[in-house]
Design a protein around this ligand. Structure first.
Ligand SMILES: NC(=O)C1=CN([C@@H]2O[C@H](COP(=O)(O)OP(=O)(O)OC[C@H]3O[C@@H](n4cnc5c(N)ncnc54)[C@H](OP(=O)(O)O)[C@@H]3O)[C@@H](O)[C@H]2O)[C@@H](O)CC1
Ligand SMILES: Nc1ncnc2c1ncn2[C@@H]1O[C@H](COP(=O)(O)OP(=O)(O)OP(=O)(O)O)[C@@H](O)[C@H]1O
Length: 624
């Protein structure tokens, strides 16, 4: 029965059958020295078929050729490492057959010792020298013997014709019997260098170690090259960044230059306008004392105001408890308390103001108060706000010092640490009405009182006071700045009566008295200022625009002026209550800023526009 074969792959059984036939003496003698061997392999194939294996003569010849090659390689090249059997599975069979076969001279071939300690099949003549002419000749002869039937297609299968499996052939990493061709380079020199070629009688193991060492060195070299490349990359990147920085600096310098040029151009334009304004006589200070109850805004007035020169109106109101002379002097008193700008002062002397307020909802209010304090002339402006609000407030202005402490568990202590360095505190803008924050504000008020620091209370700070008036009652260094609604709350809380809308002056006077003669600024169409003894009315022209944040400008500027007035002493204030003077100055300034901003922006005016006007408004009111 013919066994089906699997193409050109040979099973073990099939191969052994082939070797059995091919090793027979008549076959060997037919092949020996005979270059025309096709008839021999035809016979081999026929005999194989008799055993049940269907193979063509050509397949038989090629299989034998492959087996011979494996055998010679194993014997000549690799037998010393003791793994010949793994390279040539049929080594013993081949050896038995070929050792009996004569060499070219007819004498038996000297045989290698059997690998892996196996007993040699033939007489042991000592190990052959690999690569001797004899062996080469033998292989050549055998290959020539097979030449007749060889075809290009067969080359594909001649060395690996076995039907193998992964189990039969475990993967082995062996040192190849030839040098690995590698690209030239420092790291590869040693491979072909004759100086390190092991002597022929050196054990194979050392060759292997040498190869391993070489591989190690190659790997080392490779890693070194990687490190070098990386370093080069970083050096290059560093240089690139430096160049980039320089480029940016140059660009920045150019931008600055452009801005300076622009500034100079604008200054030129502004001085032209200013010269024009000055050529028209400005209102003398005496005129500021002109009594007026603050004309309501009308379009004629606005039209007049828009066209230069700007006439600064200062309006005062008298209460029956005060003389005209007092009123005439009050504005001059504001001027008196403003510290002169000299080169002798150091940072902080002109005012370190603290604003307590600013929470998640309200970040604008503390900002407006704090920035106005700086615009009026304070040196440092601190904001004590909640954590949420801090980053936002900082982002509005780098000039502000922002402390995100107001909602921290030890908020009062955190602010208290700063109190000795503060000249006044403004409590309430954007504080909100969260119980915890109000409680902290209360603690800060108490600590500030202990230190005798002037305190301005506005917005939600006033809500707190309307709940607990005793918190500030009797502290005459406090100034409360309620709008109409806030005033009503306070008034009702203190006097248990609704506000008498027919007697605003009397109401503000009474509230101040009820609070222990601290200063009350009732904001409105006309601002009423009282310390329980006097009532000042400021109806300086502002505008009809009531945008949110105007009150914050007032409280911020009042924080600075209160410090200045308080510091100035009785001589400068002519014995008047310094907080009345300060309040009058702050109301005038806020209204003037409002007026100027409105002239520019009309209905679109916002509190920020007013902030931009604070400097010039201050200048017009107090320094011209
Ligand atoms: N950008 C920001 O972050 C800003 C934040 N801000 C902060 O907001 C917080 C709350 O302040 P607030 O003014 O809204 O509260 P509050 O004074 O109780 O008024 C509540 C209600 O009372 C009324 N009302 C008010 N005035 C009145 C009047 N003159 N005459 C008559 N009624 C008047 C009016 O009621 P309505 O007439 O609408 O019914 C009003 O809605 C506070 O922390 C503050 O600092 C502001 O500073 C703005 C810029
Ligand atoms: N009708 C008005 N005419 C002119 N000026 C006014 C008028 N009402 C208020 N002002 C001025 O605006 C300033 C702020 O007062 P306002 O009543 O807006 O305070 P507020 O309600 O506390 O403000 P905020 O929006 O900051 O809370 C004060 O200086 C006040 O003189």
């Amino acid at each position: 029965m013919i066994t089906n074969t699997r193409g050109f792959l040979w099973s073990d059984l099939e191969t052994r059958a082939l070797l059995e036939i091919w090793g027979e003496a008549d076959v060997q003698s037919a092949l020996d020295g005979n270059f025309r061997n096709s008839h021999v392999y035809r016979d081999v194939a026929c005999r194989l078929a008799e055993l049940g294996f269907e193979r063509t003569p050509e397949q038989c010849r090629i299989r034998i050729k492959g087996l011979k090659r494996q055998y010679y390689q194993a014997r000549d090249g690799l037998k010393k490492n003791g793994h010949a059997r793994k390279i040539c599975k049929y080594y013993d069979e081949m050896d038995r057959i070929l050792s009996c076969r004569g060499g070219p001279d007819g004498a038996p071939e000297p045989l290698a010792p059997p690998p892996d300690g196996a007993q040699p099949a033939g007489p042991l003549a000592g190990p052959p020298t690999p690569g001797t002419p004899h062996n080469s000749r033998e292989v050549d002869a055998e290959l020539d013997e097979d030449a007749e039937l060889e075809s290009p297609r067969d080359n594909f299968t001649e060395d690996s014709g076995e039907c193998s499996s992964y189990a039969d052939h475990p993967i082995k990493v062996e040192c190849p019997p030839f040098a690995i061709p590698v690209p030239p380079g420092d790291g590869f020199k040693e491979i072909n260098a004759p100086t390190i070629t092991p002597p022929l009688n050196q054990p194979k193991r050392s060759k292997k170690r040498h190869a391993n060492l070489t591989l190690d060195k190659m790997m080392e070299k490779f890693l070194q090259q990687s490190v070098d490349t990386e370093e080069k990359f970083y050096r290059y990147e560093e240089q690139r960044l430096k160049i980039e920085d320089k480029r940016r600096e140059a660009e920045h310098a150019r931008e600055l230059q452009m801005l300076q040029m622009l500034g100079q151009m604008l200054a030129g334009i502004s001085s032209t306008v200013s010269q024009r304004s000055q050529s028209i006589p400005a209102s003398p200070p005496q005129r500021a004392n002109h009594r007026s109850y603050g004309d309501n805004f009308n379009y004629n007035a606005m039209t007049a105001a828009l066209s230069p020169p700007i006439v600064i109106e200062r309006s005062f109101s008298l209460h029956r408890t005060h003389s005209l002379k007092d009123m005439e002097n009050i504005f001059q008193l504001v001027r008196n308390v403003i510290p002169p700008l000299t080169g002798k002062r150091h940072k902080g002397q002109d005012g370190r103001i603290g604003i307590v307020g600013g929470c998640q909802e309200y970040t604008g209010a503390p900002y407006f108060a704090a920035i106005t304090a700086l615009k009026v002339g304070a040196d440092l402006s601190h904001v004590f706000c909640t954590k949420d609000a801090a980053t936002v407030i900082k982002s509005y202005s780098p000039e502000l010092i922002v402390h995100p402490v107001l909602d921290s568990p030890n908020a009062v202590h955190e602010v208290e640490k700063w109190l000795p360095r503060l000249h006044s505190v403004v409590i309430g803008p954007g504080l909100g009405r969260d119980e915890v924050l109000l409680e902290n504000a209360k603690g800060i008020i108490e600590k500030s009182k202990v230190k005798g620091i002037p305190i301005v209370i506005d917005a939600d700070g006033l809500w707190l006071i309307s709940q607990q008036p005793s918190l500030i009652q009797g502290y005459q260094r406090a100034i409360l700045t309620p709008n109409y609604m806030e005033f009503s709350r306070l008034y009702e809380a203190m006097l248990r009566d609704p506000v008498d809308s027919s007697d605003h002056h009397g109401c503000v006077l009474r509230l101040s008295q009820a609070m222990g003669n601290l200063t009350i600024v009732q904001k409105g169409e006309r601002d009423l200022i009282s310390d329980g003894e006097k009532v000042l009315v400021c109806s300086h022209e502002g505008s009809s625009r009531r945008c949110g944040g105007q009150g914050d400008l007032l409280s911020g500027s009042l924080g600075v002026l209160a410090h200045w007035a308080f510091l100035a002493g009785a001589e400068k204030t002519n014995g008047q209550n310094p907080f009345l003077v300060a309040a009058f100055g702050a109301c005038s300034l806020t209204r003037q800023s409002n007026h100027q901003a409105f002239q520019k922006f009309g209905r679109s005016m916002t509190a920020s526009d007013m902030v931009s006007e604070v400097g010039t408004a201050f200048n017009k009111l107090f320094e011209t």
